[in-house]
Structures are given as structure tokens and as C-alpha cells.
Design a protein around this ligand. Structure first.
Ligand code: A2P
Length: 280
């Protein structure tokens, strides 16, 4: 029970949020998706494609003490950006996102400054064509990599595929691609000829759109390769990064192995890498 004594004592402690960063902007894309930007700790270095632990303070029901509630989130902004961007689902009964979805500019979140992850250039061997396969919020690490000059320096062609249930869920990716294609400062940063290298292949599965179907089915049928005018993946020329829901990751992993690609890691770069998208 909260007595007056504990109630008046508590705030001094609870206000000390560890590793606090300040929210600078929030954008709601659908009733299930939002993105936000926060200040970047001056000391934070990361490689585009990596993730960090972020979250909010919560009260432990048993002890009544405040403790951090953290989840892994891909950094959606590139390594050169002054701020950090994140892209998140909203789960109405999710422990973190049920609260995180209500953040406003000026609020504080916790951000542990220890970036890690496998969706990085270092985990892939050099190649000709880079495939970025995303479902849902799995596009986040690729939003970082697609704004990273090295992505275009290392490859002749960069193909982003994004599969979502509904058209509205594609909007974050669509605006990202539009910005990359039209922003002159970004163009300068990315280097000459990068526009021609970037291909975008959005598909939906539960709402009518110009391209319908799961990316895995569209690969099996050959649609993707016909539509883009590229050959099927091969271990000599193609590299892939995968980020989506668990079932998708497992299925496409199998397919990539079928094309002859092998899974790489930071310490052992190969032809493809996989990471699970955040789910609250
Ligand atoms: P579908 O609508 O056919 O389930 P979610 O929002 O559940 O994370 O799903 C995001 C997208 O990933 C949806 O379009 C969904 O298609 C698709 N998806 C789910 N499982 C797979 C899978 N095993 N292979 C390919 N796509 C999948």
C-alpha cells in the first residue's frame, strides 16, 4: 500500500531515468504503426543496420520500484544522422508499445548506447546486387542502410522488397524512397549514379495494390525477377539481408539456401544475413 511517506519520497528516485534521450518528433502512419526521432547520445557510434535496446521506465507490481522495460529496436536512421529514428508497431496490450505509442516531443525514453546486429555490410562478402527483403516493421534497418553511402558504393544494384498486409503500411517505405530519390543533399552524399541503382518492390497481401502477394510466392513464380528484369539469385552475384516476422524469415532463409547462398555473420561474412523484426 502506498502511504503518504512513500508517495512523497518516490519521485526523487523515479525521475532519474537512466540513459535518457529526448523525443524530437513523432509521426503516426496507421493505427498500428508509428515512427519517432530522438536525440543521439554524443558518444554513440553505430553501423547502419544495427539495433539498440530502447524503452520506458515501469513500476514493478510486486516491489513498487521503478525499473526499465526495454526491447530491441533497429535504428532506422543512417549512421551519419544527428538524431536517431525508430519505426514501431503499436500493440494495444503490448507491455512497451501500448505506452510507447503515446510519446510526444519533449518526452524522455531510455536508450542503451550499445548497438549490435547482423544486418551490416561487414557481414556480407562483396557482390554485385544487394537484396533487402522486409515485411512490416522489418523495413527499419533498411531505412538506415538505404541512406548510407556505402550501400551504393559496394553494389551495382540495390533492391528493396517490402511486403505488408495493407497499402497504408507501405507508406513509411514509400516516403523514404521518395525522399531518397528527391533530396538533393542526400543525393550529394550518396554519390554519382546512385539513383539508377535503387529499385523498390512493394507488395500487399490483404488489400488491393498494384502488386499483390507474398514476396516468397512472387519469387517462386518468377514474377519478381520478370518485373525487375534481373536473373534469379545466385551466390556469385547476389547478397541478401532479411528482416521480418519469424515465419517469413524462416521461409525466405530456406529459399536463399536453395539459391545457393550461405548465412554470414560479423566474424564470418558470407552471402546473406537475417534478423527478426521487433514485436511487442
Ligand atoms: P499474409 O497477409 O499472407 O500473412 P505481419 O503483419 O503478420 O507481420 O505480416 C506482414 C507481411 O508478411 C504480411 O503481408 C504477411 O502476409 C507476410 N508474411 C507472413 N508470413 C509470411 C511468410 N512465411 N512468407 C512470406 N510472407 C509472409
Amino acid at each position: 500500500p502506498v502511504t503518504e511517506a512513500t508517495a512523497t519520497k518516490a519521485p526523487a528516485k523515479t525521475l532519474a531515468v537512466p540513459d535518457a534521450q529526448t523525443v524530437t518528433s513523432v509521426k503516426h502512419w496507421t493505427d498500428r504503426l508509428f515512427s519517432f526521432r530522438v536525440t543521439r547520445p554524443a558518444s554513440l557510434r553505430f553501423r547502419s543496420g544495427e539495433f539498440v535496446m530502447i524503452g520506458l521506465m515501469q513500476t514493478d507490481e510486486k516491489t513498487g520500484k521503478e525499473k526499465p522495460l526495454l526491447r530491441a529496436y533497429s535504428i532506422a536512421s543512417p549512421a551519419w544522422d544527428e538524431e536517431l529514428e525508430f519505426y514501431s508497431i503499436k500493440v494495444q496490450d503490448g507491455p512497451l508499445t501500448s505506452r510507447l505509442q503515446h510519446i510526444q516531443p519533449g518526452d524522455q525514453i531510455i536508450l542503451r548506447p550499445k548497438p549490435v546486429g547482423t544486418l551490416v555490410h561487414d557481414a556480407l562478402l562483396p557482390g554485385k546486387r544487394l537484396w533487402l527483403f522486409a515485411t512490416g516493421t522489418g523495413i527499419a534497418p533498411f531505412a538506415s542502410l538505404l541512406r548510407e553511402p556505402q550501400t551504393y558504393e559496394d553494389y551495382d544494384e540495390v533492391i528493396l522488397t517490402h511486403t505488408c498486409r495493407e497499402v497504408g503500411e507501405l507508406q513509411y517505405g514509400k516516403e523514404l524512397i521518395d525522399t531518397i530519390r528527391s533530396d538533393e543533399l542526400l543525393a550529394e552524399l550518396m554519390g554519382e549514379g546512385f539513383h539508377e541503382k535503387l529499385r523498390y518492390y512493394p507488395t500487399t497481401t490483404r488489400e488491393e495494390s498494384p502488386k499483390m502477394g507474398r514476396i516468397t510466392d512472387l519469387m517462386r513464380s518468377g514474377d519478381v525477377f520478370r518485373d525487375l528484369g534481373v536473373p534469379e539469385l545466385s551466390p556469385e552475384t547476389d547478397r541478401a539481408m532479411v528482416c521480418g516476422n519469424l515465419a517469413f524469415n524462416l521461409e525466405i532463409k530456406d529459399m536463399l539456401e536453395g539459391y545457393g547462398l550461405e548465412e554470414g555473420a560479423n566474424s564470418d561474412p558470407k552471402q546473406y544475413v537475417v534478423e527478426k523484426a521487433f514485436l511487442d
